[in-house]
Each structure stands twice: as structure tokens, then as C-alpha cells.
Design a protein around this ligand. Structure first.
Ligand SMILES: Cc1ncc(COP(=O)(O)O)c(C=O)c1O
Length: 386
């Protein structure tokens, strides 16, 4: 297995700006030890494992506290952004069916909404209407409103969206949702555990959490910028009363009543333990320090790329996701990306706009000088070979 891994991208060397969120070796050990301590337990069995139920409750409470929830808020620990979003959409669907009498509810979202929302809608038999963005890549609220019809139950917005790294105008969208009686879900899978700390450092992060009027649910991934083991996310609700529409209950079989709040039945307890341990180890100060490292890396990244003749970093970007493209007709940015891949860098390609896409994490900081040197060489090579 170790031999097989040698063919993977060297994430510890900062060559993989996606999929992996690593801070320090020490934090990884804490996460691994906690995970292994709960390797065998099953989070489905809340009565059998009150320990797991306690950890889960505390992690949800920490999330609610961080993300603007009131004393009425509730939430569920899930396996990832996909499951959190699935559960938010399922809850909104059943809420609309029951409370608004809409049989086949629709979702309205800007085109930047994550593909996994589309997947959830597909699984749940719902329709999605996607609207164009403003020129700054944010949701155009007027176009969202124009797309609403009598079957619409949900508006979906991101904080920030994965394609462009910008926050949709959540306050404005919240006001729209309230006015039209719609459910607003905020996908803060990327920003949930980073944006509050960047804001504390003075970065201009717009309001996006459960405290914004009109926001009904929010997803925030602990396995991304929360730095826990994979399989850790939260779906939070502004009012835990909504969770009756999230719940699945069934009694008509020989084994009695079966009730779950998650998509999964049996659930690994390891990610819950990892999340609890990592959150308590880092604490508020630890997460703020991570945010400082990431935001410093971002400034260095922007300055470094813009020093390379022919390249431009696209603005705006509110947090940790950046894009850069070519302003030189002799330099095709995808050719630069392909050349970088040959040099062992995993390079994301954005389609609209045509650009390189990167999500910054702390392991990228020490690799930045090598990255700039290689991008410079790749741009030169592409320009000379056209
Ligand atoms: C904004 C956003 N939402 C949702 C997801 C899906 O999360 P996951 O891959 O944990 O299921 C991602 C993943 O990158 C994301 O960036």
C-alpha cells in the first residue's frame, strides 16, 4: 500500500491544493488517536454509545455557537458537505410539501452553487433552476427573484462558492427568501470554519451565517477548514423544529420503529471523535492562527503570481479560493497548467472563466517559492513554444 501511494501527488509538500486539509503533524496525531479510540463504535447506536452521542452533541453546539445560531438552533453531524446539503434539501422539500402544499418543489440557485446540490435534487426528485452571476461572480438577486415561481421552495447560496471563491450576498438573498416565504440554504462548506476567524482578523467577510434573517439552514464542513478527519460536516438549522422534516421514521417492519436524522444508518464514530478532539485542541485561538496563515499565504500568492509576466489574479475572491488567468494571447493558461502537472503540481482548471483554480491551505505556504519558480518557467516554455 505504501508503494502504491508513491504514485500519488505529494500533498505534504504542498503540491495538492485540493482534497487534503493538513495543519501540523501534532494536530494530525491528535485527530488520528481520537479516531482510533472510536474506531469500532457505531454512531447509529446513541443508547449503546452515550459517549459518542455526547461528543456529537458538543461538536454541534460548538458549530452553532460559531455560526450565529440562537438558542432555537439545531443540527446534525454528517459524513461531509454532500450529506449536509442533501439533508438540508430533503428537509426543505418535506417542509414545502407539508407546510406549503407544493408537491414537486423546485430550487433556485446561482450557477456557482455546488454540483452536489444538483445531485441531491436529482436523488430527491426535485428540479433546479440555475441563474447567471453578476460580473463579480456573485449571485444576481434580481435574476434569482425572476426565476422563482409557484413551485419554488428553496433558494440556495454559497459562502463562498467553490468555483470562484466569493460570497453570495446572503443578507439580500435572506430578505428575498423572507419576502417570498422560501427556505434559504447557505452552503458554507468551505467558509464555515474559516470565515469567522478571518473576519476576527479584520478581513471584510460579509454576514452569511444563521444570524442573517431568512437563513433556514447552513452546511459547514469540519473535514475541510475545520481540519478534522474526512467524514465530518455539520448541517445546522436556524430552528430545530425544522428537523422534524429531516427525520426519517418507519415502523411497518418486524423490528419496530427505525428513526434516523442522517442519510446513513450505521455511522463511523471516528470522524466525530476526531472533530471533537481537533476542535478542542485548536480552540478559538488555534483556528484564528490557521486563518492568519491562510490569509497571509493568500497575500503572498497574489503578489507572487502577479509578478509573473502575462498572468493576472482574478478579483474578487473573498477568502481562500483563488483563480489566475493569462492576459497574454501567446500564453494559454491550460497549457501552463498541463506543464505544471508534468512538474508534479496538481492544478485545478476553472472552465468559466478559463483560469487556474487553487484552494489555499497551510501546507501550501512553504511550497510557494518553488511554485512561483515553476509557474514562471512554465509560462516561459508555453510562450516560446506557442
Ligand atoms: C462549497 C462546497 N459545497 C459542498 C461541497 C461538497 O462537500 P463534500 O465533498 O465534503 O461532500 C464542496 C466540496 O468541495 C464545496 O466546496
Amino acid at each position: 500500500m505504501r508503494q502504491l501511494k508513491q504514485g500519488d501527488y505529494a500533498w505534504k509538500d504542498g503540491r495538492l491544493p485540493v482534497y487534503v486539509y493538513h495543519y501540523t503533524e501534532e494536530l494530525m496525531r491528535v485527530s488520528q488517536e481520537a479516531y482510533m479510540e472510536f474506531f469500532t463504535e457505531n454512531a447509529l447506536g446513541r443508547k449503546a454509545f452515550p459517549s459518542v452521542a455526547t461528543l456529537e452533541t458538543e461538536v454541534i453546539e460548538m458549530g452553532i455557537g460559531l455560526l450565529g445560531g440562537s438558542s432555537r438552533a439545531g443540527g446534525t453531524f454528517t459524513s461531509g458537505g454532500t450529506e449536509s446539503i442533501f439533508l438540508a434539501i430533503k428537509t426543505a422539500r418535506d417542509w414545502a410539501r407539508r407546510e406549503k402544499g407544493i408537491d414537486r418543489p423546485k430550487i433556485v440557485m446561482p450557477v456557482s452553487g455546488h454540483a452536489t446540490a444538483e445531485k441531491a435534487a436529482d436523488y430527491l426528485g426535485m428540479e433546479v433552476v440555475r441563474t447567471p452571476l453578476r460580473s463579480d461572480f456573485r449571485a444576481d438577486v434580481g435574476l434569482l427573484e425572476a426565476a422563482i415561481d409557484e413551485r419554488t421552495c428553496m433558494v440556495y447560496a454559497s459562502a463562498p462558492g467553490y468555483p470562484h471563491g466569493v460570497f453570495d450576498p446572503i443578507e439580500e438573498i435572506g430578505a428575498l427568501a423572507k419576502k417570498r416565504g422560501l427556505w434559504l440554504h447557505v452552503d458554507a462548506c468551505v467558509g464555515g470554519f474559516l470565515a469567522p476567524f478571518a473576519r476576527e482578523l479584520g478581513y471584510p467577510i460579509p454576514p452569511f451565517d444563521l444570524s442573517v434573517p431568512g437563513v433556514c439552514s447552513l452546511s459547514a464542513d469540519i473535514h475541510k477548514y475545520g481540519f478534522a478527519a474526512k467524514g465530518a460536516s455539520l448541517v445546522l438549522f436556524a430552528d430545530r423544529d425544522y428537523q422534524k422534516y429531516q427525520r426519517f421514521e418507519f415502523s411497518n417492519w418486524p423490528r419496530g420503529t427505525y428513526v434516523t436524522d442522517t442519510f446513513q444508518g450505521s455511522r463511523a464514530a471516528g470522524p466525530i471523535a476526531s472533530a471533537w478532539a481537533v476542535m478542542n485542541t485548536l480552540g478559538h485561538a488555534g483556528y484564528r492562527e490557521i486563518a492568519r496563515v491562510i490569509m497571509d499565504t493568500r497575500e503572498r500568492f497574489i503578489a507572487g503570481v502577479e509578478q509573473i509576466n502575462g498572468l493576472r489574479v482574478l478579483r474578487p475572491s473573498d477568502l481562500c479560493i483563488l483563480m489566475y488567468d493569462s492576459v497574454d494571447p501567446d500564453v494559454d493558461i491550460y497549457a501552463v497548467a498541463d506543464r505544471m502537472a508534468e512538474k508534479g503540481w496538481f492544478v485545478g482548471k476553472s472552465i468559466t472563466p478559463k483560469a487556474v483554480h487553487i484552494a489555499l491551505t497551510p501546507v501550501i505556504a512553504p511550497a510557494l517559492d518553488a511554485y512561483f519558480a515553476d509557474v514562471t518557467a512554465c509560462v516561459k516554455h508555453v510562450r516560446s513554444s506557442r
